[in-house]
Design a protein around this ligand. Structure first.
Ligand SMILES: NC(=O)c1ccc[n+]([C@@H]2O[C@H](COP(=O)([O-])OP(=O)(O)OC[C@H]3O[C@@H](n4cnc5c(N)ncnc54)[C@H](OP(=O)(O)O)[C@@H]3O)[C@@H](O)[C@H]2O)c1
Length: 343
């Protein structure tokens, strides 16, 4: 049986502090493109891989209860991706099916079928969208904003990391709901995108604001009803006193903390009590049951151009490590995708 080259991204060792490109290696392995006899697994050709902030947390040396997704040194890293089925031992999948789910950072993967989350049924939209707007980040924005945020027309919404994979959608969902929405992002160009492409009412570059509290007061003189939390740290601390009574904070992520060996403290937490704020963390995996409903909602908006999506696409698995670590310095503009192969 012919063996094929299988390029892979390997984590060299556990990471402490900010990750570097050199924490990962590109290696050439080999694979036989044939399912082992009697196997229930699925053989995939990976097409698009998704760079997601949580992948940094999987590089940590495990402490406390084991996370089954954690990376092991000298092994291939894994994450969300879009793949084509080459062969399947699970009758739910067949050759040429397009799927998205959890795959490995390599050209071909043999995975248990439970790692495939959804079959891709709609291909009139870019396939790469299933790493972003039609994949995990899209469902994150939808569940976080609508289920946890409970938005009402006319409310004031603030979004951090607002031009990213999740944030750009939260802002657009807020506008569709009739809210006033302002986002923070890390460059002038990103702030322009918020206002000119995604329809935010305002935005600011948090890196150039000497006083985040003053920036929030300028944009929200009457306070914030919903803060969609993507970054944590100083931004969260500045937001808390600017929340309105009965405000909601869907706590989606805290990327500013992921690379710190000593997490930053939050000093304004008492406002959760004073303002009767509901702050709730969530994991998108708890909302996969909403995916069909989410697709029914979002696909017509995409097709009618009422929701737009910006992707930052790099070609080639060998450029994956740089793209992934770029998330932690804000190098990506929009959803960061790595193309492994075109269908
Ligand atoms: N709960 C869940 O299930 C779930 C699912 C998906 C994502 N998330 C979380 O949602 C957040 C956004 O994810 P995403 O996929 O949409 O990523 P993203 O926004 O596409 O990329 C990450 C962005 O974070 C910003 N950033 C990096 N370091 C920062 C820092 N120290 N302070 C402030 N901003 C920083 C950068 O944008 P700037 O240039 O604007 O700084 C960067 O572009 C992350 O916290 C992620 O962990 C959670």
């Amino acid at each position: 049986m012919a063996q094929l080259r299988n390029k892979q991204v390997i984590l060299k060792d556990y990471v402490s502090g900010f990750p570097k490109e050199s924490d990962m290696n590109i290696v050439d392995s080999t694979i036989t493109l044939k399912l082992p006899q009697g196997s229930n697994d699925v053989l995939l050709k990976n097409l698009y891989l998704s760079c997601d902030p949580f992948m940094r947390n999987l590089m940590n040396k495990p402490q406390g209860p084991p996370n089954p997704l954690s990376y092991t040194p000298q092994s291939v890293i894994a994450g969300f991706g879009v793949s084509k089925v080459l062969e399947s031992g699970d009758p739910n999948y067949k050759e040429c099916d397009l799927v998205w789910g959890f795959s490995k950072w390599e050209e071909y993967s043999l995975v248990p079928s439970t790692q495939i989350l959804f079959k891709i049924e709609h291909t009139d939209v870019p396939l790469s969208y299933y790493t972003g707007i039609l994949g995990m980040p899209g469902l994150t924005a939808y569940a976080g904003f609508f289920e946890l945020g409970s938005p009402k027309k006319g409310e004031n919404v603030f979004v951090s990391a607002a031009s990213g994979a999740v944030g750009q959608l939260v802002g657009q969902f807020a506008k569709l709901t009739g809210c006033y929405v302002v986002g923070s992002a890390g460059s002038k160009d990103k702030v322009n995108l918020l206002k000119n492409k995604f329809g935010f009412d305002g935005g600011f570059n948090y890196k150039e604001e000497p006083d985040l509290n003053a920036a929030l007061k300028r944009h929200f003189p009457e306070g914030i009803d919903i803060y969609f939390e993507n970054v944590g740290g100083k931004t969260l601390d500045a937001v808390l006193p600017n929340m309105r009574v009965h405000g909601r904070i869907p706590a989606c992520g805290m990327i500013s903390q992921y690379n710190l060996t000593q997490p930053e403290g939050v000093t304004n937490l008492a406002h959760v009590v004073y303002k009767r704020i509901r702050m709730e963390g969530f994991n998108t995996a708890d909302f996969y049951h909403l995916y069909p409903k989410f697709l029914d909602f979002i696909l017509p908006h995409i097709r009618e151009g009422k929701i737009v999506y910006v992707e930052d696409i790099v070609e080639g698995l060998e450029n994956g490590p740089a793209a992934l670590i770029g998330l932690y310095g804000g190098r990506n503009v929009g959803k960061q995708v790595v193309v492994v192969a075109h269908e």
